[in-house]
Design a protein around this ligand. Structure first.
Ligand code: HH2
Length: 265
């Protein structure tokens, strides 16, 4: 999943796409590099980010979604927590709603229930404005599993079949580096417990910088590729990444080894 941030303030690539053409060029590039789907976002969720209105978010995302639906055959996801934006995105042909608030806002479940889109439910402790202030867990993998199971049930209760649901542990969302490491180390267990496809987003995130002696965002490419590979090896079905080409290369090597291993019995 290639990330297309249409925000002025995203943590690693904010402000890059100030006009439609530049967003479309970036999307085409990610597709040429091997992306299977794209995730369009109009609200930054980085720690401390300012909220935007549904109108602003729609104005950032919908024109790009509309144009890409005409130009590309691959599925498009929209990263939003706002029911109004969800409904509009679905009407414009989005294939997935990716919600870092796991369809927790009033009206969000209803906004997707009447459609056939896939949904990604993510775990977050707190809200972006304050989530990194003091994240605490007794057992992060257990807590994330409990939350995602409950949200999956809420979806089913609202008429969203589990076949439509992808789950995401929410790396970096109300989690310290140690929590992110515990989650990644325990991802296989979490996957077995939940029994749903998992999406993982670690690309360029702060924990990777912290593991590399406070490396800034633009020096986290290799760490991001390693993290994506580790996630896929542990069962992630979708990895949400900024650097599609390098990630696809790494996953192709992994896939060739995996196939060979299977054939060798
Ligand atoms: N991470 C970000 C945004 N949306 N969605 C899912 N499902 N999983 C994630 O890990 C995830 C997400 C944050 O990354 P980015 O989009 O690059 O930054 P920003 O929120 O500042 O736009």
């Amino acid at each position: 999943m290639g990330i297309l941030n249409l925000t002025p303030d995203s943590f690693s690539d904010g402000g890059r796409h100030q006009n439609l053409q530049s967003a479309l060029t970036a999307a085409h590039r990610m597709v040429a590099e091997g992306a299977d789907l794209l995730d369009l976002g109009g609200e930054s969720t980085r720690p401390g980010a300012r909220p935007v209105s549904p109108e602003q978010e729609s104005a950032r995302v919908l024109p790009v979604l509309r144009a890409l639906r005409r130009e590309l055959a691959l599925p498009l996801s929209v990263d939003t927590s706002e029911p109004v934006v969800m409904r509009r995105a679905i009407a414009e042909g989005a294939s997935m709603i990716n919600d870092v608030r796991a369809l927790g806002r009033p009206g969000a479940l209803a906004a997707v229930a009447g459609s056939e889109v896939a949904v990604c439910l993510m775990h977050m402790q707190g809200e972006p404005a304050s989530m990194q202030a003091a994240p605490r867990y007794e057992n992060v993998t257990q807590a994330v599993g409990d939350f995602l199971e409950a949200r999956l049930q809420a979806c089913e209760g609202a008429g969203v079949a589990r076949e439509r649901v992808v789950l995401d542990p929410g790396f970096g969302f109300g989690k310290r580096t140690v929590h992110n490491l515990q989650l990644l180390a325990g991802l296989e267990r979490l996957h077995r417990r939940l029994g749903q496809p998992l999406l993982v987003g670690l690309s360029r995130k702060r924990s990777l910088g912290e593991l590399l002696d406070e490396r800034p965002v633009d020096g986290r490419l290799h760490a991001s590729v390693a993290a994506a590979l580790l996630a896929v090896q542990r069962g992630a079905r979708i990895v949400r990444v900024h650097d599609v080409g390098p990630t696809v290369d790494a996953l192709r090597v992994w896939d060739a080894v995996r196939r060979t291993q299977e054939n060798e019995g």
